[in-house]
Design a protein around this ligand. Structure first.
Ligand code: PEP
Ligand code: MG
Length: 321
């Protein structure tokens, strides 16, 4: 119950056999931030910056954005807060200027590609983030990375936006992260890791684009299986690539809030999980009761299996081993 969860609020997430994982929250609106704080999130793993735009159905000015992002710093003064730059798409668009909507809004003309055509949007946002940070650590997450060229182009735009800031604010260079959420980024994970400070795996889109699923279509929900061997192997490869480059890697898709899946992700070596703020107390409690060492030993065998059902069976066996 609620009071039982309360005692987990101030303890760090850890399995009963002592494996630590950072437990962060996904947030978009101010209410998410509040719940994340109340539920003992260690930080914001994914700040979906398009949400405040979507609810207003408009593009807030730089000043308005400063106000919005400051709220996150108020609630998480010690961070970390990973602000994802605008990820406009078929499932995330702003009506008054329907960028990110339209025919190829899921596959093609979305996210950073929209920003390439509207550099003013990215400039205002990056400057607002820097002003809101006011010298505190700033972490900027780049969505939908598909190539090194596009990644470098966004990084340059971010640097230019910061260089062009009119007010002299004490600034540190932001930490830059890349979302790994399309198959091309998995393939390039080691190269991407060298270009950035951290990686974040977005399994919602990675599953959509890898498994030929439409995340908005309820008929596909059943097929959206995190135990699909392609997905587990991809996650394992990204973890290896990130750690090989000395970078941390998190998972911020919805699957991370399932206890069974969270344990597999921890066994695969993922450093942090970012989940819906409401899912945190239950997940923390479940992890505190679970063990991960035996599952970790079974990872090579599990990754060699070729169907999701066998994987689920092997995982259950490993957990009770
Ligand atoms: C994802 O794609 O898994 C993700 C976390 O981002 P979003 O759900 O906002 O696309
Ligand atoms: Mg995504």
């Amino acid at each position: 119950g609620r009071t039982e969860y309360a005692k987990f609020r101030d303890v760090l997430a850890q399995t009963s056999d002592g494996v630590r994982v950072k437990l962060h929250a996904n947030a978009g609106l101010a209410s998410d931030l509040t719940v994340a704080r109340e539920n003992g999130a260690e930080g914001i793993g994914l700040y979906r910056s398009e949400y405040p735009f979507i609810v207003r159905n408009a593009f807030p000015t730089r000043g308005e954005q400063v106000h919005i992002y400051s709220k996150a710093y108020e609630l998480f003064p010690d961070g970390p807060i990973q602000f994802r730059i605008l990820d406009l798409a078929g499932d995330k668009f702003v009506g008054s200027r329907p960028l990110g909507a339209g025919r190829s809004a899921f596959h093609g003309y979305r996210s950073i590609r929209v920003l390439f055509d509207h550099p003013d949007l990215l400039r205002d946002q990056v400057q607002a983030l820097a002003i809101a940070a006011g010298g505190r650590p700033l972490r900027i997450l780049i969505p939908m990375v598909t190539s090194i060229e596009e990644l470098r182009r966004v990084k340059t735009m971010i640097r230019q936006a910061l260089d062009a800031l009119d007010e002299p604010i004490a600034q540190r260079a932001p930490q830059i992260g890349a979302m790994i959420e399309v198959p091309a980024a998995v393939e390039l994970a080691a190269d991407i890791a060298k270009e950035v400070d951290f990686l974040s795996i977005g399994t919602n889109d990675l599953m959509q684009y890898t498994l030929l699923l439409d995340r908005e279509d309820p008929r596909m929900a059943q097929m959206s299986d995190p135990y699909h061997p392609a997905i587990l192997r991809m996650i394992a490869r990204v973890v290896t690539a990130a750690h090989g480059a000395g970078r941390s890697v998190g998972v911020c898709g919805e699957i991370a809030s399932r206890t069974d899946v969270a344990l597999v992700l921890i066994a695969l070596g993922v450093d942090s999980l970012s989940v819906a703020p409401t899912a945190i107390p239950e997940l923390k409690q479940a992890l505190a009761r679970a063990r991960v060492h035996s599952m970790r030993r079974a990872v090579p065998e599990i990754l060699a299996l070729s169907d999701a059902r066998s994987i689920a069976v092997a995982l259950r066996a490993a957990q009770s081993a």
